[in-house]
Design a protein around this ligand. Sequence first.
Ligand code: NAD
Ligand code: DAU
Length: 375
Amino acid sequence: MGRRFESCRGRRLCVKANDMKNLLVTGGCGFIGSDFIRFLFEESDYAGRIINLDALTYAANPMNLADIAERFRDRYVFVKADIRDAAAVARVFDEYDVDAVCHLAAESHVDRSILGPGDFIHTNVLGTFHLLEATRARADRIQIFHQVSTDEVYGSLGDEGFFTETTPYRPNSPYSASKAAADHLVRAYHRTYGLPVTISNCSNNYGPRQFPEKLIPLMILNAREGKTLPVYGDGRHIRDWLYVRDHCRAIWEIIRRGRRGDAYNIGGLCEIENIEVVRRICALVDEMGPPLPGGRPRIELIRFVKDRPGHDRRYAMDISKIQTELDWSPRETFESGLRRTVKWYLENSEWVHGVRTGAYREWITRQYGLDAAST
Ligand code: NAD
Ligand code: DAU
């Protein structure tokens, strides 16, 4: 296998969008995965087929892509499969003649990883290993294996400084440790077997269709409903927010033009304290949502609660590499992106209701003939 990939090591290798015929996207029914597939069909020059492999865990919502599945039925395939199952993964690669991989499937919520790390190790570490093995078995055909990772692998910053691509990994939660382990495997498969891999480490995403366990959608929905807004610790933890579509554009640029074997930081150049994010959400929901009884401002719903164990204080990304090499920068400002996001959650009450009540699981059961309780 080696020769073709030996020659790609460390160099930039353009993959023309039309060289890829069967792009496997894992986790395509989740928040970022569904936006990435939407982006590929609606905004990119990709002309091939997309195979969306997803296990449909609690975080997945096939409704996220219902219209896309209909409109692009000739070029879109959904496969319910679990990346923890090596044989199932290998079958998908063979059956669909996979020649490119964008790997997003993961257990993604830090609080859940604190509560129960097991699933994170199995999906994020072993699942990635199975995908790499399937890629290695078809190395002569695979043009790219892209690993979607996180800034959290770098650990936590003090008041100063930024994470660069050479910052050593120092993950602090079971989630970030499992992502770090997966990234190490991806890199090792490039060094050892010459697989054409790229890795992206991205900061906090927000936007439509994010599962409402994460800060921004949880606060929007609680604020709309007049419920408590729980802010962990002193609320002065800092995240670097990026609108999801900007992340998807960056992933596509890396897949097409990124240096094989390299990692790229992606971020929003938008550091904000959590308490400030929540205050802005309150103001937007007051402006666009239904008034609370007595015209009470939503800011009064904020409560400081016990801190998250091992809570990282600050993340901030140096994104000069992707800016210089791939000419990518965030386009959406936090002001416009947050306004769009709040509007989306206020206007898409059917999606919200489905997710809040678990009704979308019933749809999954009907659609795929599954036992929803088992997924
Ligand atoms: P998400 O939780 O919304 O979606 C994850 C998807 O993966 C779901 O559709 C789920 O069903 C699927 N999945 C989970 N376990 C699986 C398994 N064993 N087999 C097959 N599919 C499985 O996550 P997200 O926020 O869209 O994140 C996507 C990726 O981006 C993750 O790898 C995450 O680490 C990374 N990331 C997320 C952010 C963020 O802010 N959300 C930032 C940087 C990187
Ligand atoms: O940095 C990228 C990461 O961002 C991704 O890799 C993860 O998949 C994604 O979940 C996200 O992790 P965070 O832990 O930063 O996101 P979360 O939305 O859970 O929390 C954002 C901040 O808000 C964090 O400092 C914790 C705080 N928080 C969160 C919730 C859910 C609260 O104060 N209250 C809350 O109720």
